[in-house]
Design a protein around this ligand. Sequence first.
Ligand SMILES: Cc1cc2nc3c(=O)[nH]c(=O)nc-3n(C[C@H](O)[C@H](O)[C@H](O)COP(=O)(O)OP(=O)(O)OC[C@H]3O[C@@H](n4cnc5c(N)ncnc54)[C@H](O)[C@@H]3O)c2cc1C
Length: 433
Amino acid sequence: MQKVDVVVVGGGVAGLTAAIYAAKAGKQTMLIEKQDRLGGRAISNKKKGAYFNLGAHALYTGDAYATFRELGLTLQGKQPTNDAYGIWKGKLNTLPSDMKSLFTTPLLSWKGKMEFASCLTKLIKMDTRRFDQISVREWVEGNLRDPMVRNVFYSLLRAASYVVGPDLPAAGPVLKQLQNALKGVLYLDRGWGELIEELRKKASDLGVRLVTNTKVSSIDTRGGIVRQVICEDGTKIDTQHVVLATSPLIANQLVPFAEETSLHTWKEQAIEITAACLDVALKRLPNPKQQFAYGIDQTVLLTNQSRAAYLSDDGAQVISLIKYQGKETDSDKDLHELEGVLDLMQPGWREELIVKQYLPKITVCHDFMHMKRLENPGPAVPEIQGLYVAGEWASHGEVLVDAATASAKRVIQHMLALEGKEWNAFNEHRGII
Ligand SMILES: Cc1cc2nc3c(=O)[nH]c(=O)nc-3n(C[C@H](O)[C@H](O)[C@H](O)COP(=O)(O)OP(=O)(O)OC[C@H]3O[C@@H](n4cnc5c(N)ncnc54)[C@H](O)[C@@H]3O)c2cc1C
């Protein structure tokens, strides 16, 4: 029988962050991951000399960036240029990203250009929390008049949230993500796998016991108190604190009588967001001018991440394409559409192809702040003493990986608060930068 203060279930960004902060708080910590490596959805795979994330990944200047900096991670990589195209009626048009492109874009009328510029200027200084209770559509329709400006904003907000329809997402978090995007995003050298490696090392240096290849099968919560973690291989670990850094569905499966707890509400209210992702490594770019495009009347995005990050050992260009998916998905149709976008942006790409990766339907987030949400999940599961949740779905207004790190920190802060201890390093999620 083993005994530790804290067991973290799941070794993605949320689990690693929770384990690091638990160890920093002086807790004996064990992290258990079912896969044979850490990282969850933030891993990278090297194929024929090119580094592929699981779909395009950009680090925004939000909670995760601040957390990783606070932890001393190097985060090597660069900000990409903003020159962007908008795909409208099957054609490429310059998108406004600076004064010059604002004046030259054929997408907007003169009046539309003025409205677009004025809205962006307001957005930069806006307290986005004011819009947490209304949907993206309500915000757009209440603040923008020109139909084409609305279309362009829908496209930018879709890219910030990965959510196709504007009726579901709460506007505040998505506007905050767009605000962060306007400050510039970071593409990481060698992909997000490097970030995971840095987190792994940090956790290991702090004494976290990292266990991979081991699946947790249940948590013993007899009497409404966390007592033990039980793994599929029969291992049992005595503990008083468990952080479930898995999906809401798995969190429910691991806890007996979860239907009598808030875990059930959080699972039932969750709306999963998926995407189809095509990544290609090309020997060279057929058209070096066209490296970044938003779909305006198509729910797609293309970015050449190699324009900012080191993503291949031999100079190959790694381009990522995303098809934002709604409820109905069609793997072949999505691939065809993404290849069509590549044809438009990089005609002749097939002759330059070294290797490709196609993920027809990957979960981008298990849940987010949407208009049908009853409550924000976590940090504690109130019905069971010592049980916590973390993960990008346990968002209290942060988006994607920012929610993963922020929710993880909330857990440890809560744990310490119950012991009457303060955590000075805690940064409130949306007021830090
Ligand atoms: C295509 C795509 C694009 C994205 N783009 C961006 C982006 O541009 N910017 C951004 O900020 N974010 C982006 N994200 C989101 C980001 O990748 C996730 O928010 C983040 O990686 C989630 O981390 P997590 O720890 O919450 O979950 P996960 O990474 O899913 O980790 C959960 C872990 O729990 C483990 N586990 C599950 N069950 C058990 C069990 N029983 N026992 C032990 N272990 C278990 C799993 O194996 C997994 O490793 C993107 C995601 C995708 C898929």
